[in-house]
Design a protein around this ligand. Structure first.
Ligand code: NAD
Ligand code: UDP
Ligand code: UDP
Length: 340
């Protein structure tokens, strides 16, 4: 045995497959679809800041903007492509974070047929791409796959209570099909998949007029308008700050589990409590009024994050009380109102 050892050529240690790119010698090449949007642009910041990645963003700018990525435009490790994911895409990458899809009800209901095409054809194309180049792909699914849940809090095993023909179906049924496609490509073609079920996320760069509750309340409070609490106001949501969400997505991509895995902040608030918090923390003179709700609004929602805690060693760090002022600072600036 000793003789054999002396003759053996010492090979350098092989890189673990996902730490290094198949296409370049050093940097991981990562595609982020929907990278010009709210969560996507924060994810791009994190991936770029390490210096270890080349990032390609594909976005059609339907609900996102170039402005969210302005600090990276012109950087040698960064590339921005105007591209609609319902069309095929040919790039060579190691990992795909597939976020492209409008997330706010106002945006996804604006052209519901396009929303479902984005979820179905867009995810199919990204899976075809993942198959061709052997990339690992992560889908940002949603707590909406649980519909108006009959179990509380929601565990990943829960199959959901979803209206297949309602006005939200293009989004929630669309994401359910996207999850199905992910698992079928995994089982049939051996694609490495990761599925995150994201619960309501908020933070800087949210579209000011995108209609989601946290951005609405903050913008209304800062503009001196009444906050619009949709009836009955006792419905609940759990709000996760965007930096926590991005950390969870990166951990899931680096893990060896397919998911689905819930990512969200388990702190649960009624919409009336949220309005009170905005008043207390951001604009003491703010007031609210009760307005009509939209159809199929889930009455309560709160993630069970036991899996994320045990498998990804992840838990949210930023509470709503800490996150709201951080977001308001960004809104102050963009709305051009003077800070009190
Ligand atoms: P966002 O609207 O800010 O970002 C979505 C991005 O996708 C935008 O930049 C938009 O222009 C782009 N896009 C939409 N359709 C496209 C298409 N056909 N081709 C290419 N690009 C397209 O929303 P977000 O809050 O950043 O959400 C990102 C992802 O996270 C979405 O998949 C969403 O479903 C999921 N998600 C978000 C939340 C949340 O609370 N923010 C909750 C659950 C799931
Ligand atoms: N696709 C893509 N980029 C690629 C490879 C495939 O956009 O690099 C698209 C392709 O156009 C197809 C989809 O992904 O519509 C699914 O591809 P797959 O190879 O799985 O299926 P097929 O082309 O055989 O229908
Ligand atoms: N909501 C509200 N006022 C608003 C916008 C939304 O009270 O101006 C409520 C809405 O009825 C829902 C909750 O806030 O119960 C979350 O709505 P959002 O659209 O932010 O997210 P989603 O319904 O997708 O969870």
């Amino acid at each position: 045995a000793n003789e054999d050892d002396s003759l053996a050529v010492k090979a350098p240690p092989l890189p673990s497959p996902l730490r290094h790119s198949k296409f370049t010698t050093q940097k991981m090449r990562i595609l982020v679809t929907g990278g010009a949007g709210f969560i996507g642009s924060h994810l791009v910041d994190r991936l770029m800041e390490t210096g270890a990645n080349e990032v390609i963003v594909a976005d059609n700018f339907f609900s996102g903007t170039k402005d969210n990525l302005r600090r990276w435009i012109g950087h040698p490790n960064f590339e921005l492509i105007r591209h609609d994911v319902t069309e095929p895409l040919l790039v060579e990458v190691d990992q795909i974070y597939h976020l492209a899809c409008p997330a706010s009800p106002i945006f996804y209901k604006y052209n519901p047929v396009k929303t479902i095409k984005t979820n179905v054809m867009g995810t199919l194309n990204m899976l075809g791409l993942a198959k061709r180049v052997g990339a690992r792909i992560l889908l940002t699914s949603t707590s909406e796959v649980y519909g108006d849940p009959l179990e509380h809090p929601q565990k990943e095993e829960y199959w959901g209570n979803v209206n297949p023909i309602g006005v939200r179906s293009c989004y929630d049924e669309g994401k359910r099909v996207a999850e199905t496609l992910m698992f079928d490509y995994h089982r049939q073609h051996g694609i490495e998949i990761r599925i995150a079920r994201i619960f309501n996320t908020y933070g800087p760069r949210m579209n000011i007029d995108d209609g989601r509750v946290v951005s609405n309340f903050i913008a209304q409070a800062l503009r001196g308008e009444q906050m619009t609490v949709q009836a009955p106001g006792t419905q609940t949501r759990s709000f996760c700050y965007v930096s926590d969400m991005v950390e969870g997505l990166i951990r899931l991509m680096g893990s060896d589990v397919t998911g689905p895995i819930n990512l969200g902040n388990p702190g649960e608030f009624t919409m009336l409590e949220l309005a009170e918090a905005v008043k207390e923390l951001i604009e003491p003179s703010a007031s609210w009024k009760l307005v009509e709700n939209t159809p199929d609004d889930p009455r309560k929602r709160k993630p069970d994050i036991t899996k994320a805690e045990s498998i990804l060693k992840w838990e949210p760090k930023v509470s709503l009380r800490d996150g709201l002022p951080l977001m308001a600072a960004d809104f102050f600036e963009r709305l051009g109102v003077s800070k009190k």
